[in-house]
Design a protein around this ligand. Structure first.
Ligand code: SAH
Length: 403
């Protein structure tokens, strides 16, 4: 088993070692005083303080704002197969402690938050889907796939490295089979006992929004949805709608801007409950459809808002906040007295605190009293690392509007 050698040293500016000492896994380019060595993107480097003290071992990307991502804070920890296997095993053990009895699709490796910067691995039945987000992971992906195969014994491992963040690392999009046999298409997975068809090679992210598993069960619990009229905005393949239909919901109106996903949503809902004559699947822009509903006086008992990421950079933040506010304002106007709003943001740049303020300001403008019944967050197979608050990206509020 060969141990990888470091090919460079990054010396930090005085005072910039604090986040590293606090175990934040990123070293920004602005924190680097100077670098020595001739390293290639993805190589291992040592991070040292201005006075030459060892701080961490990281992999480097000279072309990225995030100059290095830390693998270990222990000077004696070698980076070799054994290291990667230990990290994968640790991630595996944590999932074994979660409530996943009736669930065959969930996140196995959540990148930085599992001590494996840049690597996402999701499990779908007997198949694993890898997203390699950085040069450091991309270079090692074949070997990592072999180690993953040894840890989990899957039937096949797919790569879905088509996330736009790869461009920031200077990497092209790459998809394909990395190991074993290709999965069937579509693949039928179980989530909390509900069945979903998933398109692993063409679906969003790695195929399914696994981060909403716990929230689907909370929001679409029978006591919230049975006999109720539901508006499921940003439906994708029917995540929330399937739970609602299975729990006896009245008519469900689903909105999405993509036709393929709505077709899959309908199939998924009909698998959960055969007779659904009053459900609607509306293709179009959610903002326009909601305005139309408002103008026509349509009302619902439950509105679910699960939009895509609006804020991709600090520059987008103000525009994103306006988008969230508009959306929530419209939703609040469509709710019957005593109705429920489940509202989400998956923009990491919008903190839970800011999101709550946005919903508050929408409620003020809509002239409605709103009670928060429960704050919501990403499922625990997408853990948040306390030393890395950036790993908390999904936040939501389950609210009840006044009568
Ligand atoms: N709630 C879903 C996940 C939603 S992901 C689940 O539980 O699985 C966000 C969805 O919003 C995607 O399916 C995307 O196609 C859709 N979308 C993006 N922009 C939209 C818009 N302007 N109007 C309607 N749908 C949109």
């Amino acid at each position: 088993m060969t141990t990888e050698l470091t090919t460079g040293v990054l010396t930090l500016k005085p005072g910039r070692e604090k986040p590293v000492l606090n175990r934040h896994p990123w070293v920004f380019s602005g924190a680097v005083h100077h670098s020595d060595g001739r390293y290639q993107p993805g190589d291992l480097v040592t991070i040292v303080s201005k006075d030459g003290r060892f701080l961490a071992t990281a992999y480097v990307n000279p072309h990225s704002q995030i100059r290095a991502r830390i693998l270990s804070w222990d000077a004696n920890e070698a980076i070799n197969d054994d290291f990667w296997q230990r990290r994968l095993h640790r991630a595996h053990r944590m999932r074994q402690e979660l409530d996943l009895d009736q669930t065959t699709a969930y996140r196995l490796v959540n990148a930085e938050a599992d001590g494996l910067p840049g690597l996402i691995v999701d499990r779908y039945n007997d198949y694993l889907v890898m997203q390699c987000l950085t040069q450091g992971i991309d270079r090692r992906k074949k070997r990592l796939a072999e180690l993953l195969a040894a840890e989990w014994q899957p039937a096949g491992i797919l790569e879905r490295s088509d996330a736009s963040v790869r461009a920031k690392e200077g990497l092209p999009e790459e998809n394909g089979l990395l190991w074993g046999t290709p999965p069937p298409d579509p693949l039928l997975i179980q989530e909390n006992g509900h069945t979903f068809a998933v398109d692993l090679s063409g679906g969003h992210k790695t195929g399914f929004y696994l981060d909403q598993r716990v929230n689907r069960a909370i929001v679409c619990a029978p006591r919230h949805v049975a006999g109720k009229e539901i508006l499921n905005v940003f439906a994708y393949t029917g995540g929330f709608a399937v739970y609602a239909a299975a729990h006896g919901a009245g008519p469900i109106t689903n909105i999405d801007s993509s036709l393929d996903v709505l077709e899959l949503a309908e199939q998924n809902v009909l698998r959960a409950a055969a007779e659904r004559p009053s459900d609607e699947y509306l293709l179009g822009d959610a903002f326009m459809i909601l305005r139309d509903f408002r103008d026509n006086g349509r009302q619902f008992d439950v509105v679910i808002l699960d939009p895509p990421k609006f804020a991709h950079s600090q520059r987008d933040l103000e525009r994103a906040a306006r988008g969230y506010k508009d959306l929530n304002w419209l939703a609040l106007r469509l709710l019957r007295p005593g109705g429920l709003l489940a509202t989400f943001s998956c923009s990491g740049l919008v903190s839970a605190d800011l999101f709550q303020k946005i919903v508050f300001s929408a409620a003020v403008d809509a002239g409605r009293d709103v009670q928060i019944l429960q704050p919501l967050a990403q499922a625990p197979d997408h853990p948040v690392l306390l030393s890395f608050p950036e790993s908390a990206y999904l936040k939501g509020l389950l609210c009840r509007v006044g009568e």
